[in-house]
Design a protein around this ligand. Structure first.
Ligand SMILES: [Zn+2]
Length: 242
């Protein structure tokens, strides 16, 4: 794999061990241009960075070495992990994002991402369910990489998990209300199993954000933050895969 070497000073100077790397977090840059994104990620004042950035032509820039902790995740949580910079590799995809004109990711971008992820998964023995989006680990603050990110395609390459349910059948349960409190409890239990950090004790605002993150990832054509039977069935299927 060819990478273009760049240098970002935004990482912890203390090196980490190979076995501390347990996750891959996908982002979009959310800025007007590739140049602007690279400048920001390499500017000491911004205090943000990532390990890799993939531009629209599929060119991969390496900004921080894997053995260094890059600053891409911020306050975050997944499974038993907290503040995921320490245990993750951060990959940015060039995309203007929701604020400046969200577009589909390019084929070249996704192809290179798949190649990169495969190398990282093998090298660090990253579990399949630990390849996730920024919004999954920080649902109250972040919405990247967003609903145009092709998780289903990636899962076919064993990058991230996906459900196996008949889409037509599934759609019949869309917007069907969850009546029983027990089912709501079940839903959040399934989400926990998948990796989302949630508990029934968190308030409605947080629940709504977590639900949206879940939908953005697994049911991209209806992101309303409302729990329905379709979401429950998807979550139940995913929980079996972890
Ligand atoms: Zn991000």
């Amino acid at each position: 794999m060819q990478t273009v070497e760049y240098y970002s000073p935004n990482y912890n100077k203390k090196e980490r061990s190979k076995k501390s790397i347990k996750m891959i977090v996908i982002h979009y840059t959310g800025m007007q241009s590739e140049r602007e994104s690279l400048n920001r990620l390499c500017n000491v004042k911004s205090k943000v960075s990532c390990h890799y950035l993939i531009n629209k032509n599929g060119k991969i820039f390496r900004l921080v070495r894997d053995k260094n902790t890059a600053w891409h995740a911020g306050k975050s949580c997944w499974s038993k992990y907290r503040n995921l910079n320490e245990c993750s590799i951060g990959i940015e995809l060039v995309n203007k994002g929701h604020q400046f004109g969200y577009t589909s990711f390019t084929q070249k971008q996704i192809l290179q991402l798949i190649i990169l992820c495969k190398i990282l998964i093998k090298k660090y023995k990253i579990p399949i369910n630990n390849i996730i989006g920024h919004s999954d680990i920080a649902p109250t603050r972040k919405i990247d990489p967003g609903e145009k990110f092709p998780w289903k395609i990636l899962s076919k390459h064993k990058i991230g998990i996906w459900f196996n349910l008949n889409p037509k059948l599934l759609k019949k349960f869309r917007k069907k209300k969850i009546e029983k409190k027990q089912d709501k409890i079940k839903f959040f239990r399934y989400l926990n199993k998948v990796g989302y950090c949630t508990s029934l004790r968190t308030n409605n605002f947080v629940h709504n954000k977590i639900l949206k993150a879940f939908q953005r990832h697994y049911r991209k054509d209806l992101i309303n933050g409302l729990l329905d039977q379709e979401c429950l069935i998807i979550a139940s299927n995913l929980a079996k895969k972890t």
